[in-house]
Design a protein around this ligand. Sequence first.
Ligand code: 8IG
Length: 277
Amino acid sequence: MTTHAPDLDDPTTDPLEVARAAAEAIAARTGVARHDLALVLGSGWGGAAELLGETVAEVPSHEIPGFSAPAVEGHVGTMRSVRLHDGERHALVLGSRTHLYEGRGVRRVVHGVRTAAAAGARAIVLTNGCGGLDPSWAPGTPVLIRDHLNLTATSPLEGATFVDLTDLYAARLRAIAHEVDPTLAEGVYAQFPGPHYETPAEVAMAGRMGADLVGMSTTLEAIAARHVGLEVLGISLVTNLAAGVGDEALSHAEVIEAGQAAAGRISRLLAEIVGRI
Ligand code: 8IG
């Protein structure tokens, strides 16, 4: 608990006002007045920010207005300010996210993204762990998000807020990622509400609709990011074959293992991409 920030759950509160309060608290707590870009670390990505630069401050997220404590094992409930290797820019690393399935409302789900923009970020890297539909993507394969299917039946935007989502996942940033790793695959990410995994029939449906990846995050955050003018890069870590694609049952232990196995590759990938953004 910190300040007298407005209540995010009060429908008469402007969520961007809470984001500004959060950004002020972050500046005060980290001593970094302005963050140039932000990253959200999803399942399996916990250690992937280690090579970005030097951590100059670390703050428990729930001490910043509008943020709540993480609910998922393998997620880290802290945010960090990292000075990048150029010695000038700073990245705000959000070590956890609020998922839609937590039932705390869409405003909480996208609060980190809005806060990043209020803190000065121009670009955001959204990472996640997900299921893959392509059987050639072994657990531990990173895949660039080219586009998405928002299957949550909701939006982070309220009222008549019409936002163009053409090129939501910025072609400029995807080109940088391909430069760093020419072998990176691209795919369409479908967000389901969760928290259960899909049935095999639902995975088959998603595939016919154009999905290559299935998960429980990212699309609402990407929409909110575009709304506040952030450039968006999305990277999924395939931690398991989606239900019915392989023969194995899905488990959260498998998710954590795949993240650990891929740690070196995805850490280098993130650091090199961020260095060029
Ligand atoms: I990690 O197979 C992870 N998150 N919806 N389906 C969905 N979310 C996921 C999956 C998956 N794996």
